[in-house]
Design a protein around this ligand. Structure first.
Ligand SMILES: [Zn+2]
Ligand SMILES: [Zn+2]
Length: 177
């Protein structure tokens, strides 16, 4: 049986006999006669659960996508833009360190835009145009941040944007010294 994820926790199961059934995993429903008329936990529901356990298809709420940073294929939250693998993912609230100035910053958003596309309106330049960003790839994703101190004061902190690789998000970066 082949299992094809359709999104929203629904999977299409194609059987050897050329039947195709729709399994709603969170709802524990299947369109096959066994389930419809006899109400049993049919083999299609079981099959979908096995494929998820073996990580051959994404669990409900996730989908297969290439990471926008490292291009590795993995299961990412559905409809995420940009899709990021577990290693590359930055979440709002994560603390990172600016590799250039050493400042600690709080991530507010990872944008789907690249450094040479993202224009800073105030100066009419792209992120890639900034001299301090010279050493970073022009197709780097752009990350919006606020300075840690400003975020702590909660006084409408100003947002800044940085190339992804300028931000150190290793565990050490989050340690406040
Ligand atoms: Zn079934
Ligand atoms: Zn990645």
């Amino acid at each position: 049986m082949a299992v094809v994820p359709l999104g929203g926790g629904v999977y299409r199961v194609e059987t050897h006999e050329d039947h195709s059934y729709s399994v709603d995993l969170p709802g524990q429903r299947c369109t096959c006669p066994d389930h419809q008329y006899r109400g049993v936990q049919c083999k299609h529901l079981r099959r979908v659960a096995i494929e998820i356990t073996q990580e051959r298809v994404p669990p409900p709420g996730k989908e297969v996508a290439d990471c926008a940073v490292c291009a590795t294929e993995s299961f990412v939250p559905e409809l995420s833009d940009p899709p990021l693998c577990d290693d590359c993912r930055l979440e709002p609230g994560d603390i990172v360190r600016d590799r250039e100035a050493g400042d600690r910053l709080v991530v507010t958003r990872v944008t789907p835009e690249r450094a040479d596309e993202y224009v800073v309106e105030a100066v009419g330049q792209t992120i890639a145009d900034f001299e301090t960003n010279e050493g970073y790839p022009t197709d780097d994703l752009v990350v919006e941040v606020v300075y840690l101190g400003a975020a702590a004061r909660r006084d409408d902190p100003k947002e800044y944007a940085f190339p992804y690789f300028r931000l150190d998000h290793s565990e050490d970066a989050a340690l406040i010294d």
